[in-house]
Write a protein that binds this ligand. Structure first.
Ligand code: HEM
Length: 420
C-alpha cells in the first residue's frame, strides 16, 4: 500500500546497474569485517583498538553508507521525484571513490599506518560531496513541504556533517590537526549514526514499511515532525557537547534516545497491524532491527554511567550490526527483486513473479544466520574469549557471503528471464 499523497514515478528510475553496483560491493565489506575479527580477535578488547575502529568503518562506511548511497540513486528519482543529473557517470565516480576510500580508511585506522588516511579522506570526502551536490541539484525543484524529500535533505546534510567530522578526526589522528579528539568523536558518532543513517532510515521507512509490509501509514505527526525535531535536538546537543556542558549533554542524549525509541516502537506497532496474515522476512528483519536499536540505546545510556569497556562495545554491535545491518538487509531483499521485476517489465514487457525472482527460503536461511551471528558477537564481546570472537567473525563472514550469493542468484534469474 503506497502512503497517501505519495506518488512513485518509475519512468524516472535509473538503469538497474546504477544502484546495483553498490548493493554488490557492500556485502564484501561486511565479510571483511568478519574476517578481521577472525584474524585479530583481540581487537574487541576495547572500542578504541585500531582493529575495532577498522571493523566499525568496514560496516559503517563499507556496508551501510555504500548501500544507502546506492538506494538513494533509486529512491530520490522514484520516491521523491528528484532526478539526479547524469546519474550513470555520477554513480560510477561515487561508487569508485566510496569503495577505494572505505578500503583506505579501514586499512589506515586498523594498521595505524596513517598514510592511508589522507587518500581515504580525499576519496570519501570527494565522493560524498559529489553525491550530495548531485542529489541537491535533483531536489532543487521539489517542494520542501513533502515529508520524504524534506527528510532526505536532512539526512544528506547529516551525512555531510558526519563525514566532515570524520575527515577532521582522521587528519587529527594523522597528526595534521590539533583538536579536542573526544569532543569531535562524540559529534562524529552522533551525526553519523543519527543525523545521517537514522534520519535516512526513517525517511525511507515512511514509504517502504507501509508499501512492502502492508501496514497502516505512520502517524502524520511523526512523518511531519520526527526528522526535523531530531535534527533540531541534535544541533542543540552538538552545542552542549562542544561547550562541554555535561548535564545538558546527558539530558539531550536522553531526549535523542527517546526520539529513536519512539520511532522503533511505532514501527513495531504498525507491523503488528500489517494485513499480511504471516509476517514476511523483511518484517522479521525490521523486528530484529528495532529491538536491537532499543537494546543498543539502553547500552549507550548505561555506558555514560559506567567505566566498564563492555557497554560501548555492546552498544556498537547492537546499533550497527543488530540495528542498521538488519533493516538494510530486510530492505535489500525487497528492493533488488522489485528492481529486477520493474526493469524486466519495462524492457521485455513481462516478468516472473517477485517470489520467483527471490524465493523466501534463501532469505529465511540468511536471516537465521544473521541472528545467530549477532548473538555470537554479543556473547563474545561480553565474555571476551578469543575463540568465541573468532567463531563470531566466521559467522559474520558466512552471513555476508550468503547475502552476496542471494543477490547474485536474483541477478541470474533476472538475466535468464531477460534472455527468455
Ligand atoms: C566517511 C568518512 C569517515 C571518516 C573519515 C571517519 C573517521 C573516523 C575516525 C578517524 C574515527 C575516530 C577514531 C579514533 O577515535 O581513534 C571515527 C570513529 C567513529 N566513526 Fe567514523 N568516519 C567516517 C564515516 C563514518 C560513518 C558513515 C559512520 C557511521 C554511519 C561512522 C561511525 C563511526 C563510529 C561509530 C566511531 C566511533 C568508534 C568508537 O569510538 O568506538 N564513521 N571515524
Amino acid at each position: 500500500m503506497i502512503p497517501d499523497g505519495q506518488t512513485l514515478s518509475y519512468d524516472a528510475a535509473p538503469a538497474f546497474s546504477t544502484p546495483l553496483r553498490f548493493f554488490i560491493t557492500a556485502p564484501l565489506f561486511g565479510a571483511a569485517a568478519g574476517a578481521t575479527l577472525l584474524a585479530a580477535p583481540d581487537l574487541l578488547d576495547s572500542r578504541w583498538t585500531p582493529g575495532a575502529l577498522a571493523v566499525t568503518h568496514l560496516v559503517a562506511v563499507g556496508f551501510m553508507l555504500t548501500v544507502m548511497l546506492g538506494a538513494l540513486f533509486q529512491v530520490l528519482p522514484v520516491v521523491a521525484g528528484a532526478v539526479i543529473p547524469r546519474s550513470g557517470p555520477v554513480a560510477t565516480v561515487v561508487h569508485l571513490a566510496m569503495t577505494i576510500g572505505a578500503v583506505c580508511l579501514a586499512w589506515g585506522l586498523g594498521s595505524g599506518s596513517h598514510a592511508f588516511l589522507v587518500p581515504a579522506t580525499v576519496l570519501l570526502g570527494g565522493g560524498l560531496a559529489l553525491f550530495v551536490v548531485a542529489a541537491f541539484l535533483g531536489l532543487r525543484r521539489i517542494p520542501v513541504a513533502q515529508a520524504t524529500p524534506r527528510d532526505l535533505r536532512i539526512a544528506l546534510l547529516g551525512f555531510a556533517v558526519a563525514v566532515a567530522l570524520g575527515i577532521t578526526l582522521a587528519l587529527a589522528l594523522g597528526g595534521r590537526l590539533d583538536l579536542p579528539l573526544l569532543t569531535v568523536l562524540k559529534l562524529h558518532v552522533g551525526w553519523a549514526l543519527l543525523g545521517g543513517s537514522g534520519v535516512l532510515l526513517a525517511a525511507a521507512s515512511w514509504v517502504v514499511v507501509p508499501m512492502f509490509q502492508i501496514t497502516p501509514n505512520y502517524p502524520v505527526a511523526l512523518t511531519r515532525f520526527w526528522a526535523m525535531g531530531t535534527g533540531a535536538v541534535l544541533l542543540v546537543w552538538s552545542a552542549a557537547v562542544y561547550g562541554e556542558l555535561g548535564s545538558a549533554e546527558l539530558a539531550l542524549s536522553a531526549v535523542l534516545a527517546g526520539l529513536c525509541v519512539l520511532f522503533a516502537v511505532i514501527t513495531l506497532k504498525l507491523q503488528r497491524q500489517s494485513r499480511r496474515s504471516v509476517p514476511d522476512m523483511t518484517t522479521r528483519a525490521f523486528q530484529i532491527g528495532m529491538g536491537s536499536f532499543i537494546a543498543g540505546l539502553v547500552c549507550v545510556l548505561v555506558a555514560q554511567q559506567s567505566e566498564h569497556q563492555v557497554w560501548p562495545l555492546l552498544a556498537g554491535i547492537l546499533i550497527l550490526h543488530g540495528g542498521f545491518v538488519s533493516v538494510i538487509v530486510g530492505m535489500l531483499y525487497k528492493i533488488i527483486p522489485f528492481l529486477a521485476w520493474l526493469h524486466l517489465t519495462q524492457d521485455v514487457g513481462k516478468a516472473p513473479n517477485m517470489k520467483k525472482l527471490q524465493p523466501d527460503s534463501p532469505i529465511r536461511r540468511h536471516l537465521a544466520l544473521h541472528a545467530v551471528a549477532l548473538a555470537a558477537l554479543l556473547i563474545a564481546a561480553f565474555v571476551g574469549n578469543a575463540w568465541l570472537i573468532r567463531l563470531a567473525g566466521l559467522l559474520v563472514v558466512a552471513e555476508f557471503a550468503l547475502l552476496l550469493a542471494n543477490i547474485i542468484k536474483v541477478l541470474g534469474n533476472y538475466r535468464r528471464a531477460h534472455a527468455a
